[in-house]
Design a protein around this ligand. Structure first.
Ligand SMILES: CC(C)(COP(=O)(O)OP(=O)(O)OC[C@H]1O[C@@H](n2cnc3c(N)ncnc32)[C@H](O)[C@@H]1OP(=O)(O)O)[C@@H](O)C(=O)NCCC(=O)NCCS
Length: 217
């Protein structure tokens, strides 16, 4: 039986919600770094640096050092990109959650609470220029509480809220790197409506795309 409850957000949840969002996004850094290392242009560069340093200096130590430095660089780039994304999001709707979600009509924000701790979150907002689409946003579950059905329950909360408001669809977007999120949305019955390649320089380099999902209520 679930030992968590889902309730509407209140101001006392502010810091916990922002922390949880940051943790959720940061959780993808190791996997994304591994993905980057498998890109031909990245592992090609690392291999080339090993060979070049070996040819010039005849030193395995220096060759391995150059590889280590390149690996560290890839990891730092991913960390930096992730932190920039978290900072941007925290300065958008998550800056004033009450104003953005609680006070606005047909919008809401919920948290999942377990043992007095915020372990999950999700927001719902009407899609711009649409009377039938509700957007699901900022879904996240703390790492130690994942695979317990909390995200599913949070999504159901959004579905019910949207249905009661007369909406016909719940829509959302996520990046190709958010592997667990894709598994969740596909399991829940969302279908992919479009995939748009990222326009950022790093996104294009990593062949990242934004995936749009829709769920018919
Ligand atoms: C994606 C995320 C919200 C899933 O939360 P969760 O509470 O673990 O998900 P649930 O337990 O409700 O999973 C429901 C179903 O989704 C699928 N699923 C979810 N996470 C999965 C994973 N890591 N691997 C495989 N399937 C997964 C499974 O089918 C699961 O059902 P099952 O456990 O009975 O097999 C969570 O991993 C997370 O917070 N990630 C970081 C933030 C993020 O990516 N947010 C989405 C932004 S768009």
């Amino acid at each position: 039986m679930a030992d968590y409850t889902i309730r509407k957000y209140n101001n006392g949840d502010y810091d916990a919600v922002r922390d949880l969002f940051g943790q959720g996004m940061s959780g993808y850094v190791p996997g994304t770094t591994m993905y980057m290392l498998k890109l031909p242009q990245v592992y090609g560069t690392i291999l080339a640096s090993f060979i070049i340093v070996q040819l010039f200096f005849h030193s395995y130590f220096l060759s391995l050092l150059s590889v280590g430095m390149l690996l560290a660089t890839v990891h730092c780039v991913m960390l930096f990109a992730c932190r920039a994304l978290i900072k941007k999001s925290l300065n958008e709707d998550l800056l004033n959650i009450v104003e953005t979600y609680i006070w606005k009509p047909n919008s809401c924000f919920w948290v999942a609470e377990s043992d007095g701790r915020i372990v999950g979150m999700v927001g719902a907002q009407p899609a711009p220029n649409s009377d039938i689409n509700m957007t699901l946003r900022r879904l996240s579950v703390s790492k130690d509480q994942q695979r317990r059905g909390i995200a599913k329950a949070l999504c159901m909360t959004v579905f019910n809220f949207a249905q009661q408001g007369g909406y016909k669809r719940v829509i959302l977007d996520t990046s190709t790197f958010q592997i667990n999120a894709h598994k969740l949305y596909q399991r829940l019955g969302f279908r992919i409506t479009k995939i748009i390649p990222s326009r950022s320089r790093l996104g294009r380099f990593a062949k990242m795309s934004v995936v749009f999902y829709s769920y018919d209520l």
